[in-house]
Structure formats: C-alpha cells, structure tokens
Design a protein around this ligand. Structure first.
Ligand code: DX5
Ligand code: ZN
Length: 216
C-alpha cells in the first residue's frame, strides 16, 4: 500500500489545469510540483505564480519539491501560494538555515520535509529528523524527468523508514525519479509510502489503472 504523487513536470504546460484535474479524477493522492532554479539543478521549471494559479484547481495536497539554492529565502512565499508540503534539499544550504527553514514552514501551518540527492547518505538527514513530516529520497539526479530509477537507493529508504519508526512514525517516506509500473514494487518493499511518478504517469495508456497499481 502506498500513495502516489504524479509530477506535473511531465504534464502539458499548455493544458496544466486539465492535467491537474485529471490527476485528481484518476484517484491520485498528491500533486507533486517540481520547482527548479537553474542553480541548484541545471534546469528551470516553474515558480511561485504557477503554484498560486494551480491551487484552486484541485483539492489534492500540493507536494512542493524545492530544487533551489538556499530555499529559506522563498519557503514563506511557497506556503502562501498554497503548498501543503514543502520539501527542501539538505545540500542546498548550511544546516542552521535548513533547520530554520523547516521551522519557518511549520510556523506558517504547512508540512515540512527534507530531500536527499542520490550521493547524499541517509546520515545527512539526522539533524532534521524531528522536524520532518516527509523525507524524500531521490532515485535519480534531480533536474529532469524521464531518467532511470536507481535501485541502489533502496537501503537508504529502509534506513530512514526504520529511524522514523521511533522518532515520528507518521513521517512520510517519499521516493522520486524513475518510478514506473515495474520499479514501484521495490520502493514499497523498502518502506516508501509516497511514490512520485512523472513520465510513467503521463505516458500510461490507462492512468487510473497506473494509479491503482502504484497504490496497491
Ligand atoms: C526530478 C523531479 C521529479 C521528476 C520525476 O528532478 O524531482 O519529480 O518529475 O520524473 P520521472 O518520474 O519521469 O522520473
Ligand atoms: Zn520531484
């Protein structure tokens, strides 16, 4: 059993409202929103005005993944734009600022979490565990959709799941990158309970069936 968060990075941006309504109609659990600044990752996607514009389009929680340098500068604006979860990369700033950013997100009444790039070990999450409602383990290098799933991230998922069992069992463990109709199974076995899917969701011939398969 898991939840699915289709990533609108693979949506048709000229028909974003249609594609987001479709995500809800197909029974998904979250809308995953990838924010890229061209500095923390070598790509630029969408920003605060788009989050604000899509907020009224769906009742689903907006899971906003910030791939931006020093996210503390912008977390407040993303919360105010309508994010339900804001996740920030531990690699994007000094630990003190990351801790402060998590507090800032919580103080605004929003759920907060951290993200680990593939080369970042699980141990890098330790200073933040008490403050996390979600921990996102990247299963590709952040920046682009459509890359191959890194199965060697699964021990990291299991380690974090086990640690959070004691600290905060309600903390969501999310994986992002290369999740498809084959790779979803090992993610759940490893202990992930939210699976992001961009290209696999949008390419599926039967999206509702794909959602059900990932949730099963
Ligand atoms: C990558 C993004 C992902 C991306 C996943 O940097 O964080 O959310 O949309 O795309 P797929 O599922 O195609 O790997
Ligand atoms: Zn993402």
């Amino acid at each position: 059993m898991a939840m699915i968060a289709p990533s609108i990075l693979s949506a048709d941006f000229a028909n974003l409202e249609r594609d987001i309504r479709n995500i809800e109609e197909n029974g998904a659990d979250f809308v995953h929103v990838d924010i890229m600044d061209g500095i923390f990752v070598p790509n630029i996607s969408i920003g605060i005005p788009v989050v604000k514009a899509i907020r009224p389009v769906t009742k689903l929680p907006l899971d906003v993944h910030l791939m931006i340098d020093r996210p503390i500068r912008y977390v407040e604006e993303f919360v105010k734009a309508g994010a339900d979860f804001v996740t920030i990369h531990v690699e994007a700033d000094q630990p003190q600022n990351t801790l402060e950013a998590l507090d800032k997100i919580h103080a605004l009444g929003c759920k907060a979490g951290i993200v680990l790039k593939p080369k970042t070990p699980a141990e890098a999450a330790i200073p933040y565990l008490e403050k996390c409602d979600m921990i996102l383990v990247m299963t590709v290098e952040p920046g682009f959709g459509g890359q191959s799933f890194m199965a060697d991230m699964m021990p990291k998922v299991t380690k974090l799941r086990n640690w959070m069992q004691d600290i905060n069992p309600n903390c969501l463990i999310e994986v992002d990158g290369g999740v498809d109709s084959k790779t979803h199974a090992v993610c759940k076995e490893a202990g992930a309970n939210v699976l992001v899917a961009g290209s696999a969701y949008f390419k599926a011939t039967d999206r509702a069936a794909f959602v059900k398969l990932v949730q099963s």
